[in-house]
Design a binder for this molecule. Structure first.
Ligand code: AMP
Length: 113
């Protein structure tokens, strides 16, 4: 059973895709938490950070490289931005296909909620 994000990657569910390579896909979050809120997903289905292995860890690097490119596209590299990856219930993860949130366009607070 494909994950929600794989369905977006396969264009079975609509989303505003802003960036795509052979390895990753990025789209606008449906419930944005900042003026810019992009979800960056590997095309490989890995449920959570807990499932990463030395063989699959390179996918996380791909997500960060995509975040850097998207931040450049958005023109926020100098002002700054936040990237977040949630894991399981207490981490706030709701879609079990690892993804990096890129949030920008307003000052972020710390600690996060
Ligand atoms: P997380 O809670 O870290 O698993 O993040 C999942 C994110 O996916 C949330 O910020 C949701 O708002 C977002 N999301 C869920 N469904 C969609 C969708 N159909 N299109 C775009 N973003 C979505």
């Amino acid at each position: 059973m494909a994950t929600l994000f794989t369905k977006i990657i396969n264009r079975e569910i609509p989303a505003k895709i802003v960036y795509e390579t052979d390895k990753v896909c990025a789209f606008q979050d449906i419930h944005p938490q900042a003026p810019h809120h992009i979800v960056i997903v590997p095309k490989a289905e890995i449920p959570t950070i807990n499932d990463l292995t030395p063989e699959t860890a390179h996918y996380v690097g791909d997500l960060f490289l995509a975040a850097k490119e998207i931040a450049t596209q958005l023109g926020v590299t100098e002002k700054g931005y936040r990237v977040v990856m949630n894991c399981n219930g207490d981490g706030g993860q709701t879609v079990f296909h690892i993804h990096l949130h890129l949030l920008a366009g307003r000052p972020m607070t710390w600690p996060p909620g």
